[in-house]
Structure formats: structure tokens, C-alpha cells
Design a binder for this molecule. Structure first.
Ligand code: GLN
Length: 207
């Protein structure tokens, strides 16, 4: 199978680190700033940074509705930290995002900065479903996942709250997997994106 075509939303935040991590997983990677750049992608990473800034920058070009449409068409999406906030169906403290499109689709409620300020940043070794050894995870002004819907699989928890979740072709993490050398979560996303659920008209019958 050929390498998955993956994008990294490049409005603001930890873009270069995600590009590097996905390339390390063998993907073809490009940055995305405009709707047309979503064409043909198997998956898109929405990085950490500042969700309010990204929402304001995405607005003039209608980028987030285009991401939704591409997801409905089969593109996988992985939101990390601020990216998770943008993927969440429900944001408990959404005032600063009011009036701007979000991506949505992931049936969770998040609270921005729920783990505290920049000074409260911390790292943890997380047991993650499907990974044999714990995953090093860096939390920076991270959102707390306060609720996960019935269709959401919790892949990892920290202090009793989910911190890595999956709902079909949506993956979300409260932390920054791109800031460590461990590529296993990016590898999982590349697999989800590559598996696809696009029409397989070209596959031989019975494949
Ligand atoms: N607190 C930030 C926000 O609300 C997210 C922080 C991060 O991505 N490291 O967007």
C-alpha cells in the first residue's frame, strides 16, 4: 500500500513537530492553510497552540467547515490539545470561541485550560490501549475532557479523566504527542487514516 497522505493544519501552533513525527511514520505530509489544500488527504492533524487564535485565523477562508466536509467524506482527523478543543462537540467555557466556527464531531465536553496555567505544565507516562509500554505525554495548558459520549473509546486516562480518545476516524489527545520522540500515537493515526472508509470501488470482489 502507498504511504498515507496526511496534512497538518498550519495556522498556528506546533506544526513543524507534527510534520516531522508523521514523516517519521512514513506518511507523505503537507501543511494546510486553505480549503483547497485538503483535497486528497487521508488524514489531518489539528495541532496544539491556541484554539481561539486558530479559530480566528480559519474563519475568513471557511477552513473549519471545509475540514468537517472532508471528514464526512472520509478524512481522519487527529486533534491535540488546542486541536482537541476544536474537534470537541461541546466546550464548557466556550465564550472566547463564540462567533467562530469550530470543527466539532467528537462527542466530548472539554474545559479549556482545565489542568491549569502554563506554570502547571507537567508530563506523565500514560498507559494507552493498544500500546505495550506507557506513552510519555506533555500537558501544556491542556483541556480536561469532562464527558465522553457512548461512541467514544477512551484510550488513556490521567487522574481519573480521559486524555486520549477515539471515535471512529477521529482521534483526540489533551496532551502534545509531537513534543516527545515517541511516535506511536502518530503511527496509530497514520494507520487509522490509511485504513480509510472511502468507497473501495477498485478492490476485487471478496478482497
Ligand atoms: N489552552 C489552549 C487553548 O485553549 C491549548 C493549549 C495547548 O494547545 N497547549 O487553545
Amino acid at each position: 500500500m502507498s504511504a498515507p497522505q496526511l496534512g497538518v493544519l498550519a495556522l498556528q501552533g506546533a506544526v513543524a513537530e507534527h510534520v516531522r513525527a508523521l514523516r517519521d511514520c512514513g506518511a507523505q505530509v503537507r501543511t494546510v492553510r486553505r480549503p483547497a489544500e485538503l483535497a486528497g488527504l487521508d488524514g489531518l492533524v489539528v495541532p496544539g497552540g491556541e484554539s481561539t487564535t486558530m479559530a480566528r485565523l480559519a474563519d475568513p477562508v471557511g477552513l473549519f467547515p471545509a475540514v468537517c466536509a472532508a471528514h464526512e467524506d472520509g478524512m481522519a482527523v487527529f486533534g491535540t490539545c488546542a486541536g482537541l478543543i476544536l474537534l470537541a462537540e461541546d466546550v464548557a467555557d466556550a465564550a472566547a470561541l463564540t462567533g467562530y466556527d469550530r470543527i466539532g464531531g467528537l462527542d466530548v465536553t472539554v474545559r479549556r485550560n482545565g489542568y491549569g496555567s502554563q506554570l502547571d505544565s507537567f508530563s506523565a507516562a500514560l498507559p494507552v490501549t493498544g500500546l505495550r509500554e506507557p506513552l510519555p505525554a506533555v500537558f501544556i495548558r491542556a483541556p480536561v475532557i469532562e464527558r465522553a459520549g457512548v461512541d467514544v473509546e477512551v484510550l488513556a486516562e490521567h487522574r481519573g479523566a480521559p486524555v486520549a480518545v477515539r471515535q471512529g476516524r477521529l482521534l483526540g489527545a489533551s496532551f502534545h504527542p509531537e513534543l516527545t520522540a515517541d511516535r506511536r500515537l502518530h503511527g496509530l493515526f497514520a494507520e487509522i487514516a490509511e485504513a480509510g472508509d472511502r468507497p473501495r470501488a477498485m478492490e476485487p470482489a471478496g478482497a
